[in-house]
Design a protein around this ligand. Structure first.
Ligand code: MSP
Length: 480
């Protein structure tokens, strides 16, 4: 089975912050989860270069646009590599393979009679890369980007989005899980039910961006180009035979993905993606982190202090998927010490230290045996709960279930006082229970904390009826 998951393609006007890392990590969790179930993965991420923001940022940096985007694309690609993201492709919208597909899709939408020329008059927010209504402004500025919109009057190509209202609503009805979480889907439906206006699909006289076929004075609207990246990654035939299973996005760009994108695909006669999963915002002291505002926390500062796995764990456990979540150093430290250092790290160290003592001792190591009923039940229940929670994008609950299993193991160590059991067979049985539990916990962890999971699994060797354990280096050193 194939599984195709995507992240948004990020603007290159700045470096990644933990908000971007969060969306990418969510896609990575889904990719690793499906890989652990034996599926073949296509996982794409990349950068959205044909934006006016790129031009402005290059100018600000005093660089030629191409050189600037090349440098920034490298920064983004290197960032995901450093965070151990398992993407199988990295797409840039200035690549030839993308231009070809964009032109093809534009031609299909045109051939369907869904493009016409008209005059657009209104306000444009560069931060959003979208037209914005007067009524959306607060004190004359865009409330999200805190900038004044441009007043625009120009000739544009329009996409007949208004024609797709009924088709979209029918599609939503037939696909009740198309947008997750459900409350966000409700917002999308209400928006569409209120009626859709045609949207401007090109900009006049822009010299950066993909030219409209046969009308080079017009550049294709950056969103009409960017969304198509998901097709480019697979090629048109590849998309036809297997479109994306999940597009992970932030709630800020949900409408583009859940309304405009399906309408474009319907118009082009192509299949629709399976699901759009929208995360909330990570805030810094209550304010959305953003490149425009410059209040983003650098993921690498966090990684330097806590490690990649700890950052992943924090984001996935602390934030209920779909909701906003506030980042603070204090919260990070608390979670780290409580759940990782004292929780999983301590449990693994206790169990593996006790088991290591048996290796090569008079007892002859921990022997394979039958698990006690409460252990086999805990393991099976945990796996079942995690599977259900993953299908519902409830990553925090999935982790909570795994940590419940760890707490169960911890209580067992305390209650039985394994180290005081004199009888080799009884002690061996207790250790067999514990190491099996730990090994099964580790087997559920790769999607979330891959490195730690590998370290635990590598400390346990099952061979010839004997279980050998080796205590690993401290998994999560306490942080003051
Ligand atoms: N280029 C467009 C996307 C085109 S996809 C066809 C874009 N880029 S972006 O760089 O501005 O942001 C992309 C995504 O980054 C957001 O949708 C969201 O997933 C993520 N985030 C950016 N800031 C974020 C937070 N503060 N919190 C959580 N996610 C954030 O929009």
């Amino acid at each position: 089975m194939d599984f195709y998951v995507t992240t948004p393609i990020y603007y290159v006007n700045d470096k990644p912050h933990i908000g971007h890392a969060y969306t990418t990590i969510v896609a990575d969790v889904l990719a690793r989860w499906r890989a652990s179930q034996g599926e073949h993965i296509t996982f794409s991420t990349g950068v959205d270069e044909n934006s006016q923001k790129t031009v402005d940022a290059a100018k600000k940096a005093g660089e030629e646009i191409r050189a600037y985007t090349d440098r920034m694309a490298d920064i983004w690609q290197a960032a995901w590599a450093k965070l151990g993201i398992s993407n199988t492709d990295f797409i840039r919208t200035t690549e030839e393979r993308h231009l070809e597909v964009v032109r093809d899709i534009w031609g299909r939408i045109d051939a369907a009679g869904d493009l016409y020329k008209g005059t657009y008059e209104g306000l444009y927010c560069k931060g959003h890369e979208a037209f914005i209504k007067e009524s959306d402004l607060v004190d004359g500025v865009c409330p999200e980007h805190k900038t004044e919109p441009e007043v625009v009057k120009e000739e544009n190509y329009f996409f007949k989005l208004s024609e797709y209202q009924d088709k979209l609503l029918r599609f939503y009805d037939a696909h009740p899980d198309f947008v997750v979480p459900a409350n966000r889907f409700q917002e999308v439906k209400s928006f569409v039910e209120q009626g859709l206006e045609d949207i401007s699909f090109s900009r006049e006289g822009k010299d950066w961006g993909i030219p409209v076929p046969n009308d080079p004075h017009q550049a294709i609207y950056v969103w009409a180009d960017a969304l198509v990246n998901y097709i480019t990654v697979k090629g048109i035939e590849g998309w036809e035979s297997h479109p994306a299973d999940v597009h992970t996005v932030g709630k800020d760009i949900l409408r583009f993905h859940a309304v405009i994108w399906p309408a474009m695909l319907m118009s082009a006669g192509l299949p629709l993606p399976g699901q759009i999963a929208a995360n909330g915002f990570i805030t810094n002291a209550g304010v959305k982190m953003s490149k425009s505002l410059g209040n983003g926390v650098n993921p690498f500062d966090l990684v330097a202090r806590y490690g990649v796995d700890a950052m992943r764990y924090f984001l996935l456990r602390e934030i209920q998927y779909g909701e906003d979540g506030d980042y603070s150093e204090e919260k990070m430290k608390t979670r780290y010490n409580a759940d990782l250092a004292n929780g999983l790290g301590n449990f693994a160290a206790r169990v593996l230290t006790l088991a290591e003592k048996e290796t090569g001792s008079a007892s002859g190591g921990v022997k394979f045996g039958e698990l006690d009923e409460e252990f086999s039940k805990t393991i099976a229940d945990t796996r079942r709960i995690v599977e259900g929670k993953m299908a519902a994008f409830r990553f925090s609950d999935a982790l909570a279930a795994i940590w419940d299993a760890v707490s169960f193991g911890d209580r067992y160590v305390n209650d039985t006082k394994v180290w005081e059991i004199k009888d080799d067979a009884v002690r061996g049985k207790a250790l067999f229970n514990l190491v099996s539990l730990l090994d099964n916990v580790a087997a559920l962890l790769p999607p979330f904390i891959p490195e730690t999971s590998r370290k635990i699994a590598a400390s346990i060797e099952w061979k010839d009826g004997i279980l050998n354990a080796k205590k690993p280096d401290v998994l999560f050193p306490r942080v003051k």
